[in-house]
Structure formats: C-alpha cells, structure tokens
Design a protein around this ligand. Sequence first.
Ligand SMILES: Cc1ncc(COP(=O)(O)O)c(C=O)c1O
Length: 476
Amino acid sequence: MNDFSRMPLVETLFAAAEGRFSFHMPGHRQGQSFPTWLRDKLWTLDTTELEVTGDLNQPAGKVKEAMNLAAAFFGAGHTRFVTTGTTTSLLTALATACPRKSQIILPRRVHQAVMHGVALLDLEPIWADININQDVEEALLRSLHNNPQASAVFVTSPGYDGRTVPLRNIASLVGEMDCSLIVDEAHGSHFVAAPGLLPPSALSQGADLVAMSAHKTLPALTPGSYLHVSKVALESGKIGTDKLGQMLKVFQTSSPSFVIAASLDYARFWLESEGQRSIEKLLTLISQLDQNLPTVVNRTQTEGSDPLRLTYDYRDSGLNRLEVQGIFNQYKVDPEIIDLNQIILIPALDAGIREFKALALALNALGAAADTGSTSRASNGDLSWIASLLDSSAPSSIPISKVMFGNMKKTEVPLRNAHGRVAAEAIVPYPPGVAMVWPGEIITSERIEAIEQLISANIAVYGVHKPDSYSVIVLE
Ligand SMILES: Cc1ncc(COP(=O)(O)O)c(C=O)c1O
C-alpha cells in the first residue's frame, strides 16, 4: 500500500544529518561551513540565466568575471564552472584533448568517467601497469617513452587516500610531444591554498587540463567542479577554449545550476581569504590527534601525500570492517570510507575541536575494543594481492566502446563459471571504487577469486548481481 503522506528521501536525509560528525564529502559539513548570509538565501540563487548573470554555458558578464577570478586564484589560463561534477569535467577534458580513436596512456586506477570517455571517443587505452616496487610516475614515464604517438597522458592525483603522483617530469616530457597531460585532481582542490604545507597543485607542476571536485574538500555544493586549462596550453594553442566550450555543452546539462556555480565562486573566495589559516589550524588538530592514537591504529601517510587526508590502518586491531564501522557509528562519526585495511576520513577544512574530540573518542574506542578482545578477532586477512590486481591490466579482448555501445549479445553467467568470458559490464569493488574488470576484458580465475574474497569480506562489488547466486554479465 502506498503511503503518499510520506517523503522517504527527505525524511531520511534530515535524520541522517542530525547530530553527526561529518568526516566525508561534501566539504561543507551539512551546510555548517557556509555563513548564515549565504546559507539562508542559497535557494534564491536558483535561477535561470538572467541578463545580469550571463550564461554558464556561454560565459560572459558576471559569470565570466567569477570564472576569471577562479582561474587567477588556481593559477590557470582559463577556468569553467561545471555544475554536474568532475565526471562531466573529465569527459569534457578527454573530448577536448583526444581526437577520436587516438591513444591515451593511463594507469588502471581511474574513475569510471574516464573509461566512459574512452568508450565514447573510441580511444585505445595504453595501460601503464604498475609493477611491484615501481611507482605510478615511473610507469607513466616508461609508457610515454614507448608511445610518443599518444594524444594524452591521464593521471589521478591525489587519489582517494591522498597519495599524489609527482607530475613535473611527466609534464616536461609531454611538453616535448604532441600530447596533453590531463589530471584528475578531484580530491585536491585545496592544495593551492597553503603552499609549502600541502602538495603542489597539478597546474603548478605543468598539467594542461585539470579537473577538481570542489565539493569533495571545499565549502561548495555537490557536484561543483572546476575545469582548468593551463596558461601554457592555452597560449601555445594546444588546448582551445572554443573546443572546450563545445565539448562542455555535449556533457553538461543546458540548465546548469546557478546555486552550485555560486558555491564555486564562494569556495574560491573562502579559500583565498580563510584557506591558509584554516589549514594551519586543521594541521594542528591532526597532529594532536596523531600523538594520542591507540597503538593498534596506525596513521598511514606516505611521502608527498595530502596531510589533511586522514588514513588509518586498523589491521593490528584484529577487528573487521563491520566492527570498525559499528564503533564509528556509535560515536556518530561518519568516515568517508572504511575499506579492508584502512579508515579514510575527509575533515572539512574548517573542522574544529568538536569534530576532532568525537573522532578521538571513536578511535580510542576502537583501541579499547581491540585490547579487551570484546569483539570477535576476525580480521580481514592479508588481501594485498587483490590491491595489486587493481594496478595491473587484465587481458583485453574487445574494445570497451564496442562492448558498451555496440549491439553485442550479452548473457548472465554465475561468477564462478565466468573464467575466460569477456565482461560486458564493469566489475567494481566499492570501496575503493576501482575496476577489477572493465567491459571488454577477459575475466580470469585470479580475478574471480579476488571478487569472491571481497564479497565474503562484505565489500560491495558493482557488476556482480545476486538473483540466486553471484552472477556477472558477459558477452555471449
Ligand atoms: C578520483 C575521482 N575522480 C573523479 C570523481 C568524480 O567526481 P564527481 O563526483 O565530482 O563527478 C571522483 C568521485 O568520487 C573521484 O574519486
């Protein structure tokens, strides 16, 4: 029986925001980061393009003025406000820099939007496989040396866990070729605000096209994104703003949101006026927290990674993922992700003592649960071999564009029997949201085993369906 008096989504969202400590995106803490003058009037900004504003898809007037301020602040030659997310920014960047059917060099860990762009443009991916003891930079440089004909190199930096890829050497090699460096800096919009304290931004290292999800770390609404073109790419004519504008119209709605665009304008203003001070304060709170961590929780911060991305390895606690989730929930602390090894938290740039006290309580409770053995000792085991599969390419058989957009016959088979079959859908464990198999790749028994282990560790795996048993969609 339908109960039309209810609003299930509205009710749930209001309840979910009640009294929680947000350590996840968006970066505005359920609106608390916005000053009241903005928060109270946000909805009056929801308008169509007006004479006084200009058109977001055809920047002029005040729209252009705001975008130019953002370009100057982030160190770009040209910036567009994208109100349908970095997903749109990435598709636009690819379509601007890569002619149809050209080759693109990329590591395997990319957001699905990149592979959708590869499929739409019928690009040929050249995977930069990350071998053991090798880093992403090395793998990309080697691929670039071996494939100077590629139209673009694609890099994600920083990743979800805050790890960055040094870009200067890649940018300098790309600069000698007829090639563009596209960087997915979805998680690094804040880098520019505190030079010396945070890693250098992609633009400052010579990237040509950079996409930032402002909503992930700044006080901006979901899914606000900046799409930047570097001064060098613009002045050399490598990237043209006309083409970029045309491509943006392909991928963005014809009714881009002024509320979201205004929040992008505000986020730039806030970062410029408050960013450095807030980041210094946040770093102090983080270092105080680090000094009082329980011994079974280890902060995992690698050289050059974002010091504001809190990643804690909890394996020494002996607790499993659901137990850790339960403890955080008890303390009303919402992390971004708890995966098999680590807890990843994204503090808002203006997070304060209240939030950090709650987080300290949750982490201490985790330590206590491990010490007393009050929870089961079922840890997730060593699953590092699975992580390495996410970095190395699976055998490919049919181009992704043909599988996604062709008229190929598909069928559903039990996961267990899928060995040797060609995947018709991406199979993506979440977390971390990185594909184990892309459409068109052959499903190997090693990857089946990895998927089964992830499922048994309670990780959701998109692309694995569960009618009676686990099944996947493959080509007939
Ligand atoms: C690395 C990375 N790139 C791109 C995206 C897509 O960004 P958006 O949600 O702004 O479309 C995400 C989203 O999670 C991401 O993590």
